[in-house]
Design a protein around this ligand. Structure first.
Ligand code: FES
Length: 104
C-alpha cells in the first residue's frame, strides 16, 4: 500500500546537526538535519519510553536520553544493547522549503 505524503516541517525549522520533535496524526516523529540531508524516524525509543529528540545526535546516530541506546537514523538499526529492536524509519522528501514524510 502506498502511503500519503504529508508536510511535517520546513527546512529552516531545523538547524544543521539538530533535530525536532513533531506530533502528527497521533504519531511522534523525529526529523533530523545532518549535513545536506534530512531523515525521519519514530521518536519513541524501542526499549522503554523516551523521546529520542531529548537525546544526543552524533552525525547519523541518535542516542536515547534514558539508557543511552543508539540507533542509526538512516536505517533505524538498533546499534547494540540495551536496544535490540530497530526504529521505524519514515520516507522523507524535500520540496522547496517543505519537508514531507510518508505516512501509512
Ligand atoms: S528507553 Fe531508550 S535506551 Fe532505554
Amino acid at each position: 500500500m502506498t502511503g500519503r505524503w504529508v508536510k511535517i516541517a520546513t527546512t529552516d525549522a531545523i538547524a544543521d546537526d539538530d533535530m525536532i520533535a513533531v506530533e502528527i496524526e497521533g504519531r511522534q516523529i523525529a526529523i533530523y538535519h545532518v549535513g545536506d540531508a534530512f531523515h525521519a524516524t519514530a521518536n519513541i525509543c524501542t526499549h522503554a519510553y523516551a523521546l529520542l529528540t531529548d537525546g544526543f545526535l552524533d552525525e547519523c546516530v541518535i542516542e536515547c536520553p534514558l539508557h543511552a541506546g543508539r540507533f542509526d537514523i538512516k536505517t533505524g538499526k538498533a546499534l547494540g544493547p540495551p536496544v535490540n529492536r530497530d526504529l521505524k524509519v519514515y520516507r522523507l522528501k524535500v520540496e522547496g522549503d517543505d519537508i514531507l514524510v510518508e505516512l501509512d
